[in-house]
Write a protein that binds this ligand. Structure first.
Ligand code: BT5
Length: 340
């Protein structure tokens, strides 16, 4: 490791570190430490100095550092094992390969992914500035409850985006988080854009869940200029008007995810408030939609969302259909069901 990397890792927790301690760790003089600090300042790190206390990293070009995340993380088990990579193919692929020997709640993070993936092997663009994160979960729950995990993570994301970025997030069935505005009647205004996608993969026996890997892809501070317009994508930075602190957002997501996952692994009663919140954040409910699933294409009104995550579609030609998985397109113009 270069001296500057060692200094950054010593300062990573955000606490004061004396010049003497740094000089000792690096086996260089205190004057040489000062020189390295000057170089880091030129690279955009805001490092405070005090003759009595030493040095403290006030802010930096928003690079992720495990010490910085673990320093702010208030969880019992979520994210306590944290692996951060500069670049990987896909954090989900890495997480799946490490899942057997990893603890419940282990997290894989990467600054960039070369083969980020969405559902059905669709590509997921993962440039620098985003949050590309996979969580390994080994919950004690029947296989039939596994959709609760996606619902729990969606709620955790909405809560965290609102707390850290001050933005209203909506959930598009089944696995997208959008940023948008509600109109006077509380309906989403139809101009929402995708800021995050969730990819859940798992290993299970006939009736037993071995592990679940939940991949979260969040366009936090990414440059959107290379994204095709038809993706209808946005970033938190664009919506908020300023870059969001990624480490703070990651901590908040892991804290909210721990709470929500514990409820998901509990009784129906435990899960009730997560379900209600998931349903109330839905940008799909009461909208005209086109669904493509294994059963083909269907058009209709998204009439309800069930406790197990299923979408209840009132079909165009009459009748109802219950859909557990599929792709959903919100039809424009933004048509909502007439208020009953
Ligand atoms: C998803 O798939 O939305 C799930 C994405 C999950 C990504 C995370 S990142 C960490 C972990 N590691 C991985 O390799 N994956 C997970 P889906 O609903 O199939 O949406 C994919 C579609 O979204 C693509 O076909 C594009 O149209 C569009 N897309 C691709 N990259 C995007 C981005 N960064 N932001 C918004 N839309 C994107």
């Amino acid at each position: 490791l270069a001296s500057q990397d060692i200094i950054l890792s010593l300062l990573g927790s955000g606490e004061w570190v004396s010049g003497e301690e740094m000089a000792g760790r690096l086996s260089i003089s205190r004057a040489a430490v000062w020189k390295q600090i000057q170089i880091l300042r030129k690279r955009g790190y805001d490092i405070a100095s005090s003759t009595r206390k030493g040095y403290r990293l006030a802010s930096g070009p928003d690079l992720l550092h495990p010490d910085r995340i673990l320093g702010c993380l208030k969880t019992k088990w979520m994210g306590r094992s944290l692996n951060l990579f500069d670049s990987v193919t896909s954090t989900n692929a890495v997480a799946l390969s490490m899942a057997e020997e990893s603890p419940h709640g282990a997290v894989i993070l990467a600054e960039t992914q070369s083969e980020g993936r969405g559902r059905l092997s669709r590509p997921w663009a993962s440039p620098a500035g985003g949050i590309w994160m996979s969580i390994i979960l080994k919950p004690q729950m029947p296989l039939s409850h596994v959709s609760r995990i996606n619902m729990a993570l969606s709620v955790a994301l909405c809560r965290s985006i609102s707390a850290v970025a001050g933005l209203q997030a909506a959930i598009k069935w089944p696995n997208d988080i959008l940023i948008g505005e509600r109109d006077e009647e509380g309906n989403w205004d139809g101009k929402e854009r995708k800021v995050c996608g969730i990819l859940t993969e798992m290993k299970a026996e006939v009736d037993r869940l071995d592990y679940v890997v939940v991949g979260l892809g969040i366009n936090a501070n990414v440059d959107l200029s290379a994204f095709p317009e038809e993706w209808n994508a946005t970033s938190l930075a664009k919506e908020a008007g300023h870059p969001v602190p990624r480490a703070d957002l990651i901590c908040r997501i892991l804290e909210e995810a721990e709470l929500a996952c514990e409820k998901a692994a509990g009784s129906a009663e435990d899960f009730q408030d997560i379900y209600q919140e998931w349903r109330s954040h839905s940008a799909t409910l009461n909208r005209w939609v086109r669904i493509s699933s294994a059963d083909g294409e269907m058009m209709g009104m998204a009439a309800d969302l069930d406790f197990d995550g299923a979408l209840i579609l009132e079909l165009e030609g009459g009748g109802r259909s219950r859909i557990l998985a599929g792709d959903c397109i919100h039809l424009r113009p933004c048509l909502h069901r007439e208020a009953a």
